[in-house]
Design a protein around this ligand. Structure first.
Ligand SMILES: [Zn+2]
Length: 296
């Protein structure tokens, strides 16, 4: 998994922004009860019993992007596309990229290659039908493409995906390959498909995550801004950030019985997130991942 990053297309001007995009914003469109951290206490079969908030929170996210002039890539669950096709249409109509986050948040390393192929193909179709736009990007639930799934990128290329942003090359308790490439690369021999890892920085020789997650909500804005600047300095290619619509929703119902660590991570500073994101979005020009990869 260490092919060179050379030979990749250069970022090009985005059709919607008129200049090259270095900072790519992404949103993983899933609801508060579908996250990995709660998978142990919320059964997949019970999802329809929860009060949905994903449509409202995604619309709030779209308004935030309109206010700040940002464009982004929305990786949606097929499950969401089936239930909220108008939302998917609006995302595309407002100039953002629609992309796939798998059907129902099953981790790639929990699936067989055949199950993964069916899931990724079905989700691409569902999102294209809902949005009316072509789907070229894929993000694995919980960044679950790693050393356990050497077949995954080839399958994505077979199905017609142009890129994946499914790698978080850090040490983490749930996912990650601390030695994986930090820059976009072509993971499948002889195929054009690009893997575009989310942002990391190198500080005193140590690799740290700065792509989003609980730390972004927990830390003061100045600290997160410095980390993203470090990513900008130590990456040659795109700086890819991500968050979830539920992260700007302090009023979401609390999931009971979840482990303390999961609850701390999920609920930390939800009330401050929207303002913090707004500052981040205003601090730099953010665009879609396809534009940052020169695919737009
Ligand atoms: Zn997810």
């Amino acid at each position: 998994m260490t092919p060179p990053a050379s030979g990749l297309p250069r970022p090009v001007a985005s059709a919607t922004e008129g200049e090259a995009t270095r900072f790519a914003m992404s949103v993983d469109v899933e609801d508060y009860f579908q996250v990995w951290a709660f998978a142990g206490v919320v059964a997949r079969r019970d999802w329809d019993g929860f009060a949905p908030r994903v449509e409202m929170n995604t619309r709030r996210t779209l308004d935030l992007f309109d206010r700040t002039g940002a464009k982004a890539t929305f990786f949606a669950l097929g499950w969401v596309a089936e239930r909220y096709p108008a939302l998917l249409r609006d995302i595309a109509a407002r100039g953002h990229e629609v992309a796939s986050h798998g059907y129902d948040h099953a981790k790639v390393f929990d699936q067989s290659p055949e199950e993964f192929r069916a899931d990724a193909a079905k989700t691409k179709r569902l999102i294209e039908d809902a949005s009316g736009a072509a789907v070229r990007g894929y993000r694995a639930a919980g960044f679950s493409i790693d050393r356990r799934t050497p077949w995954a990128h080839e399958i994505l290329a077979d199905i017609g995906y142009a890129y994946s942003s499914s790698s978080h090359p850090i040490a983490h308790d749930h996912y990650g390959d601390p030695d994986g490439p930090r820059e976009p690369y072509r993971p499948a021999a002889g195929r054009d498909l690009i893997e575009a890892p989310v942002a990391t920085a190198e500080i005193f020789g140590k690799r740290v995550s700065c792509a989003g997650g609980g730390w972004f909500r927990a830390a003061p804005y100045a600290a997160t801004s410095r980390l993203i600047a470090a990513a900008e300095r130590t990456l040659k290619g795109p700086v890819i950030f991500y968050f979830h619509p539920w992260e700007i929703d302090p009023d979401q119902p609390r999931i009971k019985n979840a482990p303390l660590k999961s609850r701390l991570r999920h609920y930390v500073n939800l009330g401050a997130m929207e303002r913090k994101l707004e500052r981040l979005l205003e601090s730099r020009r953010w665009g879609r991942i396809d534009a940052a990869l020169g695919l737009a």
